[in-house]
Structure formats: structure tokens, C-alpha cells
Design a protein around this ligand. Structure first.
Ligand code: A3P
Length: 294
């Protein structure tokens, strides 16, 4: 058996109607009872919306632009992925062992976030990415990451995404749920497309949110260190440290394209029309809007 074929693809289950890896559901009580601390910062995203990117930006801000300090460990060790209990990312244990102040990561939809984050009034940064690019990125991620269920064909994955039958649940509910939550909680809601368009402006929003003030030269250093090209070559951020049996970058690299509008290379005209029609219905009752191109 090759390493790849010996890896079993992830089994799934549900919590509150949201599809999650079975191993997450199996530990749900522990995850739900997670004890947040008041000075925790939570980074929340739908998977493939730019999590790793904002994590690197936040880490650079917290370390005053010191790139060496930001290379102290891999992304998942620096920022525990709270609900993820694989042997590589024992999120809960990593978080519990981590001294404050902690920066934590989650892909949970807002209604499944452990209540202690609200009770402790933790700051949260949410990054959203337009549905089509998010979907394309998620499709390729399923191909290369053997911890995800097999995606099937592009057409099949597209249908599953529209039906919300993908891990961490329905994209439409995720982005809308977090959008509504920011009315009552301390949430900075950012967009992948804005970060791409003007990283300086968006990083300044993060600085303000974290009540940090950095000199212009440091800000420029952060912008440079967190560009796609630099992060793609950074072994502490590009997920090449994962064993090849889990992530096979030869199928599709984790740092794949990092652009806005790559969906145009995937959707047929018919798929696009169908997607748009369904999208209009699902997104009709929200003030949340996305840019699908720049
Ligand atoms: P693509 O597959 O479209 O290239 P996440 O970190 O949430 O899993 O998201 C991964 C996506 O963010 C991938 O998208 C990846 O290339 C992109 N990404 C990571 N770092 C980036 C950066 N510095 N600039 C732009 N995109 C980045």
C-alpha cells in the first residue's frame, strides 16, 4: 500500500445539523465546554477563506514584525485549532497548555462556538471570502488533504457546497451568522478580497482592533512577510510540515493560487447561472455582500 492509499478519508457526523469530522463530534462535549480566557483572541473563518493569511498577519502584529519569532513554530502550533483533535493538531490540549494571551483558531459556525467565548467577551476576527473562490479553494483542499472526505468530481462538490453538505456546514449560513453576530459582540469582520486589494488598509483595521500602534516600517514589513509569494515559501506557514500522507501538495499545494476570481477557471456557464440563481435566494435577506472579482 502506498502511504496515500493507506490513509482513510475522514468520516463525518453532525452537531446541530452541521456536518463535522466524526472525531470532532465524538469530542463535542469537551469542545463545547472549552474555557476561553478574557484575553483570548479568536480567529474564525469558513475553511479556505484566508485563515492562514490572517493568522500570519496577527502573529506578526503581536510580535511587532519580528519574522524570526513568527517562525518559532508552525501555524497550527502557534494558534491552536480548538475543535480539531487529530494527532497532529490536538487543538484543545494545545490551547489548554498555552500561556495567555492566546490566539486561537476555529472554523465553527457562530452558533457552535463554545459559550465561554461570549461569556468572556473575547475579541474575534472573522475573515470571509466570496462563495465561488471559497468553494474552488475548498474543492482543491479536499483533493490534497486526506483528512477530508473525498470531494468527488468538481460538479459533485459544487452541488454539495450549494446544499451545505460539506464539512463545517453551509457557507451561506456561516458568513451570514457571523455577520449578524457582530452586532452584539466584539467581532472584526474582514474580507479576503479587501485584504488582497489593499493589505495596508486592512492590516491597519486589525491594528486598531487589537489596540496596537506600529511604525510604518514595521507595517511595511508585515505586508511583505504576509504576501502570498513569501508565505508560499515559508515552511512555518505553508503546511508542507504536514506528513505527505495527510496533505499531498503534489496534487494541489496548500498555497495554491491566492487570487480573487479563480472561480472563472472552474465554473461552466451553466454551473455559474445555476449557482447565481441559488445564491440570490440564499443571500436575499442579508446586508452582507461580496466581490467575486477585483
Ligand atoms: P487558494 O486555494 O484559492 O489559493 P485557509 O488558510 O483558510 O485554509 O485558506 C487557504 C487559501 O488562502 C488558499 O486559497 C491560499 O492560497 C490562500 N492564501 C494563503 N495565504 C495567502 C496570502 N498571503 N495571500 C493570499 N492568499 C493566501
Amino acid at each position: 500500500l502506498s502511504l496515500e492509499s493507506s490513509m482513510t478519508r475522514s468520516e463525518t457526523d453532525e452537531v446541530g445539523g452541521v456536518l463535522l469530522p466524526k472525531r470532532v463530534c465524538d469530542r463535542w462535549d469537551q469542545i463545547w465546554n472549552f474555557r476561553a480566557r478574557p484575553d483570548d483572541l479568536l480567529i474564525a473563518t469558513y475553511a479556505k477563506a484566508g485563515t492562514t493569511w490572517i493568522q500570519e498577519i496577527v502573529d506578526m502584529i503581536q510580535h511587532d514584525g519580528d519574522t524570526e519569532k513568527c517562525k518559532r513554530a508552525t501555524t497550527y502550533l502557534r494558534h491552536p485549532f480548538i475543535e480539531m483533535p487529530t494527532k497532529y493538531f490536538a487543538g484543545l490540549e494545545l490551547a489548554e497548555a498555552m500561556p495567555s494571551p492566546r490566539t486561537l483558531k476555529t472554523h465553527l459556525p457562530v452558533q457552535l462556538v463554545p459559550p465561554s467565548f461570549w461569556e468572556q467577551e473575547c475579541k474575534i476576527i472573522y475573515v470571509a471570502r466570496n462563495a465561488k473562490d471559497n468553494l474552488v479553494s475548498y474543492y482543491h483542499f479536499h483533493r490534497m488533504n486526506k483528512n477530508m472526505p473525498a470531494p468527488g468530481t468538481w460538479e459533485e462538490f459544487l452541488e454539495k457546497f450549494m446544499a451545505g453538505q460539506v464539512l463545517w456546514g453551509c457557507w451561506y449560513d456561516h458568513v451570514k451568522g457571523w455577520w449578524d453576530a457582530k452586532e452584539n459582540h466584539c467581532i472584526l469582520y474582514l474580507f479576503y478580497e479587501d485584504l488582497k486589494e489593499d493589505p495596508k488598509r486592512e492590516i491597519q483595521k486589525v491594528l486598531q482592533f487589537l489596540e496596537k500602534d506600529l511604525e510604518n516600517v514595521v507595517l511595511d514589513k508585515i505586508i511583505h512577510h504576509t504576501t502570498f509569494e513569501i508565505m508560499k515559501d515559508n515552511p512555518m506557514a505553508n503546511y508542507t510540515f504536514q506528513p505527505p500522507a495527510v496533505m499531498d501538495h503534489s496534487i494541489s499545494p496548500f498555497m495554491r493560487k491566492g487570487t480573487v476570481g479563480d472561480w472563472k477557471n472552474h465554473f461552466t456557464v451553466a454551473q455559474n447561472e445555476k449557482f447565481d440563481e441559488d445564491y440570490r435566494k440564499k443571500m436575499s435577506r442579508t446586508s452582507l455582500t461580496f466581490r467575486m472579482e477585483l
